[in-house]
Ligand binder design. Structure first.
Ligand SMILES: [Zn+2]
Length: 182
């Protein structure tokens, strides 16, 4: 079973991951957590939520091979944070391997679109292949549902150009509705 939990920046996906992990551990399940190697917001190899709790995480890179029968043999469930940075090939690999592993679940948590309103290739593939999709929604400042990520300058003005991947500060982004985005 492949699941994709998607949200905007500051949408609470890491909090959802940590809550679900806590829940599984409390019923005796073995959970493995991974995050992307270049997300160093809180120090390498951690999933941290703004409201406090955190956990250690193994790191994945563009070279990581998701052979679920080997590396992940001990886990009942694998959580992958920042899953928008998986490559489409890695998502296909996970999806294919899961089809032969009865009872194993991989839950991916990530963003759907970048600050220019384009899809992350990994997220697009997850939206295509996941057995279950879960939207974790949050609100735009105007009160409407936020669906987009706006990159902002220190004075709060929207930034439309630049590298897609610019990790290192949630304060550089705000979740917005499409009306406020444009
Ligand atoms: Zn809005």
């Amino acid at each position: 079973m492949l699941e994709f939990y998607y949200s905007t920046m500051q949408g609470g996906k890491s909090t959802a991951l940590l809550q679900r992990r806590h829940n599984l551990l409390s019923i005796g399940k073995n959970v493995m957590v991974m995050t992307c190697s270049f997300d160093d917001r809180y120090g390498i190899g951690k999933v941290t939520s703004r409201i406090g709790p955190q956990c250690d995480a193994a790191l994945y890179t563009a070279e990581t091979v998701f052979e679920l029968n080997d590396t992940f043999a001990e886990a009942d469930e694998l959580f992958i944070d920042e899953a928008q940075f998986l490559s489409p090939a890695q998502v296909h690999q996970i999806h294919k391997n899961l089809s032969t592993k009865e009872g194993m679940r991989v839950s991916c948590f990530g963003l759907r679109s970048d600050f220019q309103g384009n899809s992350f290739p990994g997220a697009a593939t997850l939206l295509t292949l996941a057995d279950e999709l879960h939207e974790i929604s949050t609100l735009c400042r105007c009160g409407a549902k936020a669906t987009m990520n706006q990159r902002i300058a220190s004075d709060g003005a929207p930034i439309r150009n630049g590298d897609v991947i610019e990790i290192g500060g949630d304060s550089r982004y705000r979740p917005v509705c499409s009306k406020c985005f444009y």
